[in-house]
Design a protein around this ligand. Structure first.
Ligand code: 13P
Length: 234
C-alpha cells in the first residue's frame, strides 16, 4: 500500500479541523500521515502524524521554533525536512543535514523534500539539483544505515499550479533518485511524488511503476474529496 502524506501547510482553522476530524472518523486510512499546523497536531492523535518541520537545534533559546523533543511528546513519527516553501521563506537549505541528523537520532522518519525550479528543469539541470540536494541532506550523516528515510520529489513549479510532468519523466526521475542513493549511500528508500496531485490526475499518476506514495497539499484540505482521492490510490 502506498504512503499518503497530507500536508495542510498553514491552512485550516479550529472549526475546519473539527469538521475534518468528524469526516475522517472511523475511515480506513491507515496509510495516511497527517501533517497539520503545529497547534492542531494533538487533535490528530488517533492517526499517523508528522510535523511540517523541526528546529535545527534539539532544545534551547530559539524563539518561535519547535524542538523535535517537543514534537515527540505528541507521538509524531515523521517529519518533513526541506520543503521548498521552507527553503524559499526560511533559508532552510542551510539546516537540512542538521535536521535529518536530529530526526534519525530521535527515531523519527525524515521525509526529505527535493525538487527543481522550472528554470532548472528547462535547462536540463534536474538530476544535478537533485543530486546536490540529496548530498546536502545525507553526506554528513553518520547514522544513515538501518534507518528509514523517505524522499519526496516535488518539482517546485508543480506545487499548487496544476502543471504536472509527464508520468514517464517522473518515473525516470524516481529511478534516478533510488539508484543514486543505493549506489552512493547503500540506501533502499521510498520515494513520494508531490505537486498538484488531485482527483483529475491520480488515475494517470497511479500508472507510475516505481512510486511509493504521494505528498499532497491542496487536495488534502477538503476531507470528503481527500477520502475520495485516497480510495483511488493503491
Ligand atoms: P499541492 O498538492 O498543493 O501542489 O502541494 C504539494 C506540496 O507542496 C505538498 O508538500
Amino acid at each position: 500500500m502506498k504512503i499518503i502524506a497530507a500536508n495542510f501547510k498553514m491552512n485550516l482553522t479550529k472549526k475546519e479541523i473539527d469538521n475534518y476530524l468528524k469526516e475522517i472518523d472511523n475511515k480506513k486510512i491507515n496509510n495516511v500521515i497527517f501533517f497539520p499546523s503545529n497547534l492542531y497536531i494533538p487533535y490528530f492523535s488517533k492517526y499517523n502524524i508528522g510535523s511540517q518541520d523541526i528546529s535545527f537545534k534539539e532544545i534551547g533559546s530559539i524563539t518561535g521554533d519547535t524542538s523535535i523533543k517537543q514534537y515527540l511528546d505528541f507521538n509524531i513519527k515523521y517529519v518533513l525536512i526541506g520543503h521548498s516553501e521552507r527553503r524559499k521563506y526560511f533559508n532552510d537549505s542551510k539546516y537540512i543535514s542538521d535536521k535529518v541528523n536530529l530526526a534519525l537520532k530521535n527515531n523519527i522518519i525524515p521525509i526529505i523534500c527535493v525538487g527543481e525550479t522550472e528554470e532548472e528543469y528547462n535547462n536540463n539541470l534536474t538530476k544535478k539539483v537533485l543530486k546536490d540536494e540529496l548530498d546536502e541532506a545525507l553526506e554528513n550523516n553518520i547514522t544513515l544505515l538501518n534507518n528509514e528515510i523517505i524522499i519526496a520529489y516535488e518539482p517546485i513549479f508543480s506545487i499548487g499550479t496544476n502543471k504536472v510532468l509527464d508520468i514517464k519523466e517522473i518515473e525516470n526521475i524516481i529511478t534516478y533518485i533510488k539508484s543514486y542513493l543505493k549506489n552512493t549511500y547503500l540506501l533502499d528508500i521510498k520515494v513520494l511524488y508531490g505537486g498538484s496531485v488531485n482527483l483529475n490526475n491520480i488515475g494517470n499518476l497511479e500508472k507510475i511503476s516505481n512510486l511509493d506514495g504521494y505528498l499532497i497539499g491542496n487536495a488534502s484540505l477538503d476531507a470528503k474529496s481527500f477520502l475520495d482521492l485516497t480510495s483511488k490510490i493503491k
